[in-house]
Design a protein around this ligand. Structure first.
Ligand SMILES: [Zn+2]
Length: 131
């Protein structure tokens, strides 16, 4: 099996790929990037928490124009994963309103973004409909 590295550092690969967030010990706010202080309560203590892989589509837009090299159309979305909002694309389904609907159940899925000269795969995540 090819060596794989996560495309973003809050994606954890392995048998059960999932996202991790930094959760503020003071107020519970969650951030996917590294923070020195909480944007809500200015607390400085964080712990790492696993984010649920199943959720619900909260908002989306079908993107038909993008930078050169980006395949269109694709579905940009915000998904609620057990109370944590995550931005990601809806994947593994046709990018049209017949297949992508507000409130639909989705699940985290990974896909290979690209492979370098040594065969190492960069892996990103998206959300696929749960049928
Ligand atoms: Zn806080």
């Amino acid at each position: 099996m090819a060596k794989q590295i996560p495309y973003v550092d809050y994606l954890v690969l392995g048998d059960q790929p999932h996202l991790v967030a930094n959760e503020c010990s003071g107020c519970g706010a969650r951030f996917f990037d590294r923070r020195n202080a909480c944007a809500h309560c200015f607390g400085t203590e964080f712990r790492t928490v696993d984010i649920a892989t199943d959720g619900e589509l909260r908002s989306f837009s079908i993107v038909t124009f993008a930078a050169p090299g980006v395949q269109v159309p694709f579905v940009s979305s915000i998904v609620d994963l057990g109370g944590t909002s995550v931005r990601g694309n809806v994947i593994n389904t046709p990018p049209d309103p017949d297949h992508v609907t507000l409130g639909m159940k989705v699940r985290l899925a990974t896909y290979v973004v690209g492979t370098d000269d040594e065969g190492t795969e960069a892996v990103n995540f998206g959300f696929e409909p749960v049928l």
